[in-house]
Design a protein around this ligand. Sequence first.
Ligand code: AMP
Ligand code: MG
Length: 193
Amino acid sequence: MVATKRIVVVGIPGVGKTTVIDKVVEKIKEHRFTVESVVFGTLMFEEAKKLGVNHRDEMRRLSIEDQRKLQMKAAERIAKMKADFLLIDTHLMIFTKEGYWPGLPIEILKALSPSNLILIEALPKEIISRRRRDSGRYRDSVDEGEIIRETEIARGMLSATGVITGVPMLIVMNKEDYIEGATQRILEALGVM
Ligand code: AMP
Ligand code: MG
């Protein structure tokens, strides 16, 4: 039995986080470890519905105070989850009207207590086309320049998160036609080969 790994997976919207996580989960299962994945935003949305929020993409329009409460509730639930490998699908920053708001401030990081941080990146062109294709979502539509800016901000946020947690930060490129590459790199980092 390996020590529990709590893996926080982040990346700007449209990099393909959820797809990569699903693949990683599938592979870890083949190795007979217990593995869970949780979408932070889904837990927040369950709570947000009680406030009358109708869509997950409406949450970032709530007041920061309300978002912070939802954020802490989600983190507290995740803190109680157990598995050999727990993958947490979340965001370094949220695009609110007041500006970029940290998805992983210090108190949330304390609750989640990650063992690994993984930032997924992708080519701006692929991110844009994935955001456009994602018809069930209300993605903010932006150009390539804005994607590059978001990517840079994410890297800065990742550094801060690394310093706070003291855990390794892996940056993985997710190529649309080669998801196996990203999946393999993550499995290798987690010692599942
Ligand atoms: P997702 O389905 O991963 O795009 O998440 C949906 C929404 O959940 C995001 O747009 C945010 O409003 C919210 N969310 C997800 N993770 C966090 C977090 N760590 N802190 C605050 N809000 C979050
Ligand atoms: Mg997702």
